[in-house]
Design a protein around this ligand. Structure first.
Ligand SMILES: Nc1ncnc2c1ncn2[C@@H]1O[C@H](COP(=O)(O)OP(=O)(O)OP(=O)(O)O)[C@@H](O)[C@H]1O
Ligand SMILES: [Mg+2]
Ligand SMILES: [Zn+2]
Length: 261
């Protein structure tokens, strides 16, 4: 514990110029103007705000494309597919400013669950936020549908509320739609996905999908499938579960610990 003398000596701020306000005073004669401090405080605040808005699940916070591993897949073919996916993701982020104008996103798929699709999709979003200062948002298809349903019930039942939500989802510059294809087939779901995806396609907004099936295997209307084909480049992931491999390793380590090995 710090004693009182130490506490008195420790400044309550990290930056001696702006005292962690982000703003520096600039005197010009009698005139005092404010400018952003060169310590980067305001930039960090902006990135923190964008990361909060992104609602990236805790499990994937802080992951970047660079720390996506490709050597953890057991087969040679798996490692090659993972390396291809990582290379595409890296180049995609590097060339994002030009690609953004085309509106082309990515579609990560593998039939086996736990192959790293969400991890890499989120990493792209993280990198775009931090390196390009562009807003991104993460949502599973179930979360999107639940949010839509929440605008229906009770006192807030209001078409305008739903329209506004769809409009907000359409406007996000980069949207990760996680686990598309698990939502079941219903007319109202087709209708909402059509509105969201058609809106994003027309506005040339970037969408990154993850799924357990190929685009053409999705059980949506053709008009939705056609739009996803137009909006995203399909990228195949290895049919191997890193989730299961990690779980096995954790269990074996726990067992060793419990048995005092
Ligand atoms: N290449 C990788 N390097 C390090 N960790 C990985 C890698 N791929 C996956 N993981 C880890 O394995 C777990 C499963 O990955 P993830 O959730 O991305 O799989 P998924 O393909 O999206 O699965 P699902 O099909 O169930 O949605 C996560 O904890 C993730 O961090
Ligand atoms: Mg996933
Ligand atoms: Zn400062």
């Amino acid at each position: 514990m710090k004693d009182s003398a130490e506490i008195a000596e420790t400044p309550a701020y990290n930056c001696p110029i702006c005292h962690d306000t982000g703003w520096e005073e600039v005197k010009n004669g009698n005139y005092v103007a404010m400018r952003e401090c060169s310590c980067g405080y305001m930039q960090r605040q902006r990135i923190a705000g964008k990361l909060k808005f992104a609602s990236i699940p805790k499990e994937f916070e802080g992951h970047t494309v660079d720390n996506f591993q490709t050597d953890c897949y057991s087969s040679q073919g798996g490692r090659e597919l993972a390396l291809m996916a990582k290379t595409i993701a890296k180049k995609y982020v590097e060339q994002f400013s030009e690609i953004q104008e085309s509106g082309k996103g990515l579609y990560f798929y593998s039939s086996v669950k736990g192959s790293g699709k969400t991890r890499l999709a989120v990493s792209i979003a993280n990198d775009i936020i931090q390196e390009k200062m562009i807003s991104a948002k993460f949502a599973t298809t179930i979360q999107i549908l639940d949010q839509i349903k929440a605008t229906w019930g009770g006192a807030s039942k209001n078409e305008e509320t739903e329209q506004k939500l769809i409009h907000d989802i359409v406007s996000v510059p980069v949207l990760v739609i996680d686990d598309i294809g698990v939502e079941g087939v219903k007319d109202w779901i087709n209708e909402r996905f059509y509105n969201i995806l058609n809106g994003r396609m027309i506005e040339k907004k970037i969408t990154i999908f993850t799924s357990n099936c190929k685009i053409e295997e999705l059980k949506f209307d053709d008009r939705i499938i056609n739009r996803i084909v137009k909006m995203a480049l399909p990228v195949q992931f290895p049919n191997e579960s890193i989730r299961t491999a990690i779980a096995r390793k954790e269990n074996s380590e726990l067992l060793d610990r419990l048995l005092g090995k």
